[in-house]
Design a protein around this ligand. Structure first.
Ligand SMILES: Cc1cc2nc3c(=O)[nH]c(=O)nc-3n(C[C@H](O)[C@H](O)[C@H](O)COP(=O)(O)OP(=O)(O)OC[C@H]3O[C@@H](n4cnc5c(N)ncnc54)[C@H](O)[C@@H]3O)c2cc1C
Length: 412
């Protein structure tokens, strides 16, 4: 058994740690901001197993120009960051070609097919239960034509994945299921394949607590990684050195700089998202509701409601623009008039995204002791347990051919 260091204690790093502990390895997680609020904490809390479509696809490109005209709309680019984003955006456009879309869809289908069962297995490893509810989710539409198109597409995706129902609903039936939707809309699609986590912060802290019982958790920022025949050395900003037999880079969007030091190039940029969380809200929803035409979702947690989403392409450290969170609350009031105007907590998070929506899961092409596990974009919570399992398999020499699609080789 090996001593394995994991850089990053977000959902991907923690899921990987649990799988490696389960296989009997000695594990050390190095996290620079253990009490922080990264994407793994502030996300919408949805197990989005039906989502097998990459973001770059022809229909999305048709909507993009209109969205970009609205600075507070579903998609925006911080123009001063454009020069550094150009290589990613170019590859994003190329990824929307039909052959590439199909390749990405197949790769995501491979991961999504086991996402729910992998989560159940990981919960056992962490000794937790009651962390997820089989809620399904509603997507509501402004026109019947948009609803019908989405229904046909979700049905096709459900056939690929199997095992759950899709229903086409008129507005009255949607309102019967989620009474707070008293505003105007044309209809909805109910997708049974979605599930809702208890609360992303609680879920991550429960995983971290379980890891702390059996592994070492170091509060430190990794500044460099070096390797030789004896092992891998990880150096922290405090100038401490930790030696491991193997390491996993799972540092979200910050993985890009770390793997560059290991001689690897990756197109990894930040799709930033915003949301507002209301505690003890006056409005309750029976399940997550997607406002897809406007690029956001509202998720009900036990005594909270979270409203947010959207995409802002920007460097990770560019200042946040919380007017984006307010814009989504305002839009939601068209459908849920009772949603409070104020009183919630606003948050901005960084989705670590590749241009083809395919995460990087694989070993360093030049050194099998180094694994990459990042770039999960909009789906990291959903795909965390599956990623952890695959990384543990790869270190055990169990290579499945489907994993080729996730290799960092595609960016070299
Ligand atoms: C608004 C929004 C809504 C979302 N909703 C969903 C959803 O409903 N379902 C879903 O599946 N996904 C969702 N996502 C996506 C999901 O949150 C991310 O894909 C996932 O959290 C990425 O996890 P991660 O561990 O790779 O990265 P992160 O959460 O960013 O964690 C990386 C960790 O690495 C640490 N780190 C970085 N650099 C270093 C270093 N040098 N040394 C030590 N530590 C370091 C950071 O401090 C951080 O804790 C959403 C994202 C956003 C922004």
């Amino acid at each position: 058994m090996a001593h394995i260091g994991i850089v990053g204690g977000g959902i991907i790093g923690c899921a990987t740690a649990l799988h490696l502990l389960d296989r009997g390895h000695q594990v050390t997680v190095i996290e620079r901001d253990a009490g922080g609020l990264p994407a793994s904490v502030g996300n919408a809390g949805i197990l989005a197993a039906p989502e097998i479509d990459p973001i770059a696809r022809p229909g999305m490109l048709l909507s993009a120009p209109g969205w970009l005209l609205d600075p507070l709309g579903p998609l925006t680019v911080r123009w001063k960051d454009l020069p550094s984003l150009l290589p990613w955006l170019t590859r994003f456009l190329l990824s929307s070609r039909p052959a590439q879309v199909e390749q990405s869809r197949q790769a995501l289908t491979f991961l999504m097919q086991t996402a729910a069962t992998d989560h159940a297995a990981m919960a056992k490893m962490a000794g937790i239960s009651g962390y997820i509810r089989k809620t399904g989710a509603l997507t509501i539409f402004d026109t019947e034509a948009a609803r019908d198109k989405a229904f046909a597409h979700e049905l096709e995706n459900a056939r690929r994945l199997g095992g759950y129902d899709i229903e086409k609903l008129d507005a009255a039936e949607a309102r019967r299921r989620v009474p707070a939707l008293s505003g105007n809309f044309a209809g909805a699609v109910f997708n049974q394949g979605y599930q809702t986590f208890e609360y992303p912060l609680t879920f991550l802290r429960r995983l971290q607590a379980s890891i702390r019982e059996r592994a070492v958790f170091i509060d430190a920022a990794v500044s460099s990684i070096a390797w030789n025949d004896q092992g891998i050395s990880v150096r922290t900003e405090a100038q401490n050195t930790h030696r491991f037999d193997k390491i996993v880079v799972a540092a979200g969007v910050w993985s890009k700089a770390l793997v560059e030091r290991l001689g690897l190039h990756v197109l990894l940029e930040t799709e930033r998202g915003y949301n507002t969380t209301f505690v003890n809200p006056s409005v309750t929803l029976e399940m997550p509701v997607f406002f897809s035409e406007h690029g956001f979702v509202a998720t009900p947690f036990e005594n909270m409601l979270r409203v947010g989403g959207a995409v802002e392409m920007a460097k990770p450290d560019t200042a946040a623009n919380y007017a984006r969170a307010a814009a989504m609350r305002k839009k939601m009031r068209r459908y849920v008039p009772d949603l409070p105007e104020d009183g919630g907590t606003e948050w901005m998070g960084r989705r670590p995204s590749t241009p083809d929506s395919i995460p990087v899961i694989g070993l360093h092409p030049g050194d099998q002791r180094i694994a990459c596990a990042f770039g999960h974009g909009h789906l990291g919570l959903t795909l965390s347990a599956t990623t952890g399992r695959h990384v543990a398999d790869l270190f055990a020499g169990q290579v499945s051919p489907e994993l080729d699609a996730f290799s960092i080789r595609r960016f070299q």
